[in-house]
Design a protein around this ligand. Structure first.
Ligand SMILES: Cc1cc2nc3c(=O)[nH]c(=O)nc-3n(C[C@H](O)[C@H](O)[C@H](O)COP(=O)(O)OP(=O)(O)OC[C@H]3O[C@@H](n4cnc5c(N)ncnc54)[C@H](O)[C@@H]3O)c2cc1C
Length: 276
């Protein structure tokens, strides 16, 4: 029977999980340009992080008033008022999720240009924060391959850390990490055998230039592999194009993502470079 109910033909609107108002438990400068923030509290408890390289959103204070955008009670739980513009937010990676303690750790690069980095540079233990209801977009490394080539900048270091920690033991990983200088190196761990080539931007090279040059110069290891790259969006495209066009790499081997774009405010989360 054909339905006459006009609402039957409308796709059901996907409801976002309600945002959470959480406590800032700890703030630590793990390097001069990276802040580690631990979030917890009652509303953190039901959060789930399902795997490596996920992201969630942090809602930022109003640029003029400095007030936190607090969600209000709605019929389905907390929500932002529908009649007002959605508050400004930025994407970050759950670096660590302790489900038992209900604590989420996030590492934020202090790049000195945007409200996300400004928020991270002033936040302190005892403050409140507002975050998206859940994280999403996992990337699980595969066990059936011989090697991984991994590339990224400071914004991708948290995701690189989670991908390495989830790497199967039998896999060999070669990591290229571009950071400002040697003080930004982090200790990374993995069950897999891995090597990190740290690339330094000091001296004023454009973000991503050293990463692109190093990845393009690196020989692909023997055997079957995968390539994971997250960094500035144009640099990601340059690296992606190079592997596809110059090295004849199959698209299925590549997972690339533009985590931010030079000169762009709040670059979209899901820029995978599919146009290349
Ligand atoms: C899936 C995903 C996961 C991410 N995880 C993390 C994470 O764990 N930690 C983290 O620090 N970042 C992470 N990012 C990147 C972060 O979302 C962006 O850097 C974001 O733009 C920061 O917001 P902002 O307000 O500081 O800058 P915006 O307001 O977005 O941009 C303002 C200006 O700052 C410049 N800019 C933005 N980001 C950077 C940067 N990283 N370095 C140099 N210049 C920049 C832009 O060119 C722009 O001109 C992630 C992004 C994605 C898509």
């Amino acid at each position: 029977m054909v339905s006459t109910n006009p609402t039957d033909s409308q796709p059901a609107r996907r409801r976002r999980p309600p945002p959470r108002v959480v406590d800032v438990l700890e703030v630590e400068r793990i390097t001069p340009r990276m802040v580690r923030i631990t979030l917890g509290g009652e509303q953190m408890k039901e959060f789930q992080s399902k795997g490596p390289a996920e992201h969630f959103r942090i809602y930022l204070p109003d640029a003029e008033t400095g007030d936190l955008p607090l969600p209000v009670d709605g019929p389905d739980g907390l929500t932002f008022p529908e009649d007002q513009p959605r508050p400004m937010s930025r994407a970050y990676t759950p670096r660590r999720w302790d489900a038992d303690a209900g604590e989420l750790v996030v590492d934020i690069a202090l790049h000195e240009h945007g409200p996300g980095a400004a928020w991270a540079s002033t936040i302190k233990a005892g403050d409140s924060a507002v975050i998206s209801g859940q994280a999403g977009g996992t990337y699980f490394p595969e066990a059936e391959v011989d090697w991984y080539l991994i590339g990224g900048d400071e914004a991708a270091l948290p995701a690189i850390g989670t991908v390495l920690e989830a790497m199967p033991k039998n896999v060999r990983a070669l990591v290229f990490a571009e950071v400002h200088d040697a003080q930004e190196h982090q200790e990374l761990t993995s069950p897999a055998t891995f090597e990190v080539t740290w690339l330094h931007r000091e001296g004023g090279s454009t973000p991503g230039r050293r990463l692109a040059n190093a990845m393009k110069a690196a020989p692909l290891p023997e055997g079957n592999g995968r390539i994971w790259v997250s960094c500035e969006a144009d640099v990601m495209r340059e690296i992606r194009r190079y592997y596809l066009e110059e090295r004849g790499v199959d698209r299925s081997m590549l997972r690339t993502q533009g985590y931010w774009k030079m000169g762009d405010i709040n670059h979209p989360d899901h820029d995978m470079g599919d146009d290349v």
